[in-house]
Write a protein that binds this ligand. Structure first.
Ligand code: AR6
Length: 180
């Protein structure tokens, strides 16, 4: 586990499962149709129960890439699930970096609107959507650091990385960002 302080807030990296987190909100790596898929999305709906999908269907028809929507957490420990949609990776020159940044920013903005003080993110877009992990980690971490510097909230932002390889990639990128 790595923990650093940014403008009085805590930024944390852990290896683990996003569905197990006890932060007030967890972030889902969803798709534009908000139809439960695999990966993080599948795990959240499985563990959270049908209430989450019911609320999604009642409130939202879709969620464009880079945007975010919010529901309750159903049976999860987290009170809220913020569903955001990262870009599908093509070549890195088709607007993917900007869209990935927006997905993190809009999730954090929703968290502030709902007075959410602690939030866990998975590494958006780096599974089914194919974003190379190091490139994605740079955007994820620099976007969160910039947001914390500007807003001094949420108090805790945790990245929950699946497997050692993803964890190590984030750890390396964070070290580089903090030393530059
Ligand atoms: N906890 C934390 N991270 C996880 C977990 C978990 N339980 N399971 C996988 N990961 P992905 P995407 C990691 O595919 O690339 C879905 O079908 C995984 O190793 O969940 O944004 C949706 O419905 C990877 O590093 O999300 C969409 O259609 C990261 O989480 C599409 O996939 C993201 O992988 C979204 O694709």
């Amino acid at each position: 586990m790595v923990q650093v302080k940014i403008n009085g807030c805590v930024l944390e990296l852990v290896q683990g499962d996003i569905t197990e987190q006890d932060t007030e909100a967890i972030v889902n790596a969803a798709n534009e149709e908000l139809i439960p898929g695999g990966g993080v999305d599948g795990a959240i709906h499985r563990k959270g129960g049908p209430e989450i999908l019911k609320e999604l269907r009642e409130k939202y028809s879709r969620c464009p890439t880079g945007e975010a929507v919010i529901t309750g957490g159903g049976n999860l420990k987290a009170k809220y699930v913020i569903h955001t949609v990262g870009p599908i990776y093509k070549d890195g020159k088709s607007g993917e970096p900007e869209l990935l940044k927006k997905a993190y920013e809009n999730s954090l903005k929703l968290a502030l609107e709902y007075n959410i003080n602690s939030i866990s993110f998975p590494s958006l877009s780096t599974g089914a959507y194919g974003y190379p992990i190091e490139e994605a980690a740079k955007i994820a971490l620099s976007t969160v650091i910039e947001f914390l510097k500007k807003n001094q909230a949420p108090e805790l932002v945790r990245f929950v990385l699946w497997g050692e390889k993803n964890y190590k990639a984030f750890e390396k990128v964070l070290k580089n960002l903090l030393s530059s």
